[in-house]
Design a protein around this ligand. Structure first.
Ligand SMILES: *Cc1c(COP(=O)(O)O)cnc(C)c1O
Length: 376
């Protein structure tokens, strides 16, 4: 937790739960990635945290933006970001939304299928398009595998067709999976990408861009490599496969920029056991899966927690949310231990919660309002 966030929490006590984001950390994380990968352009993945305050900070630093929907595009445009700095990176788009984005001047679109290409050719004639290839998601805590991308044979055929349909086959993208802790995954992906570049070259098509996706981590319970280690591994993969003939590179960090910048302030609502001899307590917070923490699904993302009791004995807990829904349990198998002194009314901070929380929170499940955010 940064001193700025600690001061905010000490001086303000809005109703919990809420998220506080330190915008200095956003800027720091952006600069750190830019320094680790100086040859790559950064397209912040807006969906990680679309708060205008974050977008404005990044825009000032020169960031471009990867968007998932026409709504995110229009929010960015509304903040004064030029269409030339926006990519429509979702492979699943309505034709009307493609047309609207294209009319706004957006000229960079992802696809991974024939039907999507048909839509692009109709609604965004002549636009730059890139094909997403699939990766296994291995090594990632939050895989993005089956749903997105296509295999190399299909990608090759589709990129050729893109040209034949009057589109501009611009490049190849992949996403190795979010919170990717295995640095070798980029080498595998870049190797596949290079094969596609070569295959298309043989067809007279010169691809210009590799979109290296997201996957850059936040600090949860498991140790992660540094930003520099990611930069080195990725650049090593690029030079190994492309030699000196490096294409344009794009990275699309979401979690790696917003994750560590935010802390959620929550409160203990109940501590209980189910039988008299239970040695594991149930700790219920005022935030759960529906309040902004759905990435605890399958206990995939394991947040670090802070309580008022730094020292003193701890005991095992099941950590759960406040709603009347059985699935609203955050951690059962992940072996969380919390201070035995923890009691009703205590504040608990959920660290590195700046990404994939506020917008994930439900509108009013159980009447609970969406997670508020403070950007300082
Ligand atoms: C979600 C997403 C990202 C961001 O991924 P992180 O792992 O959060 O960095 C990047 N690119 C695309 C296409 C995405 O859908």
């Amino acid at each position: 937790m940064t001193p700025k966030i600690a001061r905010f929490l000490a001086e303000n006590s809005p109703p919990t739960p809420f998220l506080v984001v330190d915008l200095d950390v956003i800027a720091h994380n952006y600069k750190r990635l830019a320094k680790a990968m100086p040859l790559a352009s950064i397209f912040y993945a807006v969906k990680a945290n679309p708060a205008p305050e974050i977008i404005k900070v990044l825009s000032k630093l020169g960031s471009s933006f990867d968007t998932a929907s026409i709504y995110e595009i229009e929010d960015c445009l509304g903040l004064g970001i030029g269409a030339d700095r926006i990519s429509f990176g979702n492979t699943i788009k309505k034709e009307v939304d493609i047309a609207r984005a294209f009319k706004h001047g957006v000229n960079l679109f992802a696809f991974d299928s024939q039907a999507e290409l048909d839509k692009l050719a109709k609604a965004a004639p002549g636009a730059r398009v890139f094909c997403r290839i699939f990766m296994t998601g291995e090594g990632a805590d939050w895989p993005l595998s089956r749903k997105f991308g296509c295999d190399l044979d299909m990608a090759r055929d589709l990129l050729i067709q893109a040209r034949d349909m009057g589109l501009d086959p611009h490049g190849v993208s992949f996403h190795v999976g979010s919170q990717q802790r295995d640095l070798t995954q980029w080498d595998i992906a870049v190797g596949k990408t290079k094969m596609l570049f070569t295959a298309l070259n043989e067809k007279g098509i010169e691809l210009k861009m590799v979109n290296l996706g997201g996957g850059f981590p936040a600090k949860y319970r498991t140790r992660i490599p540094t930003a520099d280690a990611y930069g080195e591994a990725i650049m090593r993969a690029m030079t190994e496969h492309f030699g000196n003939n490096l294409p344009q590179m794009i990275i699309e960090p979401g979690r790696g920029i917003a994750g560590d910048a935010g802390v959620i302030q929550a409160e203990v609502v109940l501590v209980s056991t189910k039988t008299y001899d239970d040695n594991r307590r149930w700790v219920y917070l005022d935030i759960g899966k529906f309040g902004g923490l759905p990435e605890t699904m399958g206990e995939a993302i394991q947040y670090r927690l802070k309580t008022p009791y730094e020292s003193g004995p701890k005991g095992p807990v099941v950590l759960a949310g406040p709603t009347c829904d059985e699935v609203d349990v955050l951690y059962d198998k992940a072996d969380y231990k919390l201070p035995l002194a923890l009691k009703v009314g205590d504040k608990v901070q959920i660290l590195s919660a700046g990404a994939y929380t506020t917008t994930y929170s439900s509108v009013a499940f159980n009447g609970i309002p969406p997670l508020r955010g403070y950007y300082i």
